[in-house]
Design a protein around this ligand. Structure first.
Ligand code: SF4
Ligand code: FE
Length: 482
């Protein structure tokens, strides 16, 4: 089957029968819901760009299992060039959407599973890789979007899964049957969950033998019986219900997170990729995390948007020639390109694993993500500095349209004769959206906690740095060792 285009993707979602709740009510039409729709549009962009000749090289590739042309989001990285193109694709989509486009989590979980199912089979003589490849081929041939579901609610952080007061605070197996397993639990903050055809579940922490029931990985269709979605709300989300086309800031795209509940869900054996192999849970977490930390190339693309918006408002305000404004824009570019260097370098320094799949340099991927927990906040701070206070005191679009008040807004918020006051309001709303509104989830808080909170990267940096080599270098130079 050829790759889907954006329209076909939308049609494919319409066929799903998801059980979604938002604001205390069941969402009957998920695809056309005004709050959810921008998030669907953002994923649809990954389908749309794949059909554009100018983006074909980044957005598509050749399947290593079928030889067919596929969307890169369904690909298993076969070399360093694949890894580098993945980073570039993330920046491109971040720039095109100005938000989280959600499809990376599935790609990253499939790449991690291609490594870990191979390693489990090697050690235990199991057949996980065969099952996984069958699933992968199905995903590639049907050009599906997958939700990579890792983060459990986790309850009391000081306790392992099996010691929690409520055993369901981590996803676990509650029944083993001849034809499969039954699982219960939940995954929190699931990016793009209701825009996905499949959910790929993975454990969220390294585990010991006592936690074997929790060491489980599998994939199931997103509308499987027993799965429930509760949409997370975002700052200013109800602006999307107000009509008009200005106050949302980003008029077309947005992110989405949901709490996904698995209420005794049956998973057939051929969709189970890890079953009680607790000693491999940590490896799956680490490989997924490394890939997903690389994926934060997306924030470089959103950074491009925020820099463009800052330059634009400076020009609209007549402030673009002020030396401090010029310097602030340089600082924004410096920070954003430093982020770019990180996601390119961890890809360029990638290596082949025994499975044949290429994995990013884990140390550099963690360094990159650690920078992502900081630099977007600084970029947002500078953008707000350049934008000025009007970004948060601006009247609504309805006031602008009102015959009583519109004339005053037009009069008192004009700057230069060649600047349209409406355009000035639009760009301010975009900066508001990126730094305080719905997109701030994706640009700021997701930068902080997505793919693991800052401390998770610091642990990995400590673990992956070669301290002996550094000590040796120092000792050799001052004569402690020869
Ligand atoms: Fe992809 Fe970035 Fe969204 Fe994660 S935050 S799913 S890396 S776009
Ligand atoms: Fe994320």
């Amino acid at each position: 089957m050829p790759m889907m285009n954006a329209k076909e993707y939308e049609e494919s979602l319409k066929k799903l029968n998801l059980v979604v709740y938002m604001f205390g009510e069941r969402v009957e039409n998920v695809v056309d819901n005004p709050i959810l729709r921008p998030s669907l549009n953002a994923v649809a962009k990954t389908y749309e760009l794949a059909h554009m000749p100018e983006h074909e090289d980044l957005m598509t590739t050749t399947s290593h299992i079928t030889g067919n042309k596929i969307n890169r989001f369904t690909h298993i990285h076969q070399n360093v060039t694949d890894l580098v193109k993945k980073s570039k694709m993330g920046r491109l989509l971040g720039r095109k959407t100005g938000c989280c486009f959600q499809r990376c989590v599935g790609m990253d979980s499939m790449n991690a599973l291609s490594i870990v199912t191979h390693n489990i089979d090697e050690k235990k003589g199991t057949e996980y890789k065969k099952r996984f490849l069958k699933f992968l081929e199905y995903v590639q041939e049907n050009d599906l979007t997958c939700d990579g579901a890792m983060t459990d609610p986790k309850g009391d952080r000081s306790l392992p899964p099996h010691k929690q007061t409520d055993p369901d605070l981590y996803v676990h197996v509650i029944e083993e049957r001849e034809d499969g397993i039954v699982v219960r639990g939940a995954k929190a903050h699931q990016t793009g969950a209701t825009n996905s055809h499949e959910i790929i579940v993975m454990p969220t922490v390294a585990m010991r033998e006592d936690d074997a029931d929790y060491a489980v990985s599998f994939a199931i269709p997103s509308d499987t019986q027993g799965i429930y979605y509760i949409i997370g709300r975002q700052s200013c989300d109800t602006r999307k219900l107000e009509g008009g086309n200005m106050d949302q800031g980003n008029l077309y795209y947005g992110g989405q997170e949901a709490l996904v509940i698995f209420d005794d869900v049956f998973v057939p054996w051929d969709r189970v990729f890890m079953y009680k192999e607790y000693e491999f849970a940590g490896q799956l977490v680490e490989s997924f995390a490394a890939y997903h930390r690389q994926s934060y190339a997306c924030k470089v693309g959103v950074g491009d948007v925020i820099i463009g918006a800052s330059q634009t408002i400076a020009e609209y305000n007549g402030a673009e020639k002020a030396s401090h404004v010029k310097d602030k824009i340089i600082e924004m570019n410096h920070l954003n390109e430093t982020l770019y260097s990180g996601c390119i370098s961890c890809a360029s320094e990638g290596h082949k694993t025994p499975s044949g799949t290429y994995l990013v340099n884990i140390l550099l991927a963690n360094v990159h993500k650690q920078n992502v927990t900081r630099f977007p906040y600084e970029l947002a701070r500078i953008a707000q500095d350049i934008a000025g206070g009007l970004m948060v005191t601006l009247p609504s679009e309805k006031d602008l349209e009102s015959p009583e008040t519109g004339k005053w807004i037009e009069k008192y918020y004009q700057t230069k004769p060649d600047v349209n006051t409406r355009d000035r309001m639009r760009i301010l709303r975009l900066i508001e959206n990126l730094t305080l509104g719905t997109a701030a989830v994706g640009y700021l808080t997701e930068s902080m906690h997505g793919a693991g909170s800052p401390q998770a990267q610091r642990i990995m940096i400590a673990r992956n740095v070669n301290m002996d080599e550094k000590k040796k270098a120092a000792k050799a130079l001052c004569g402690i060792i020869k």
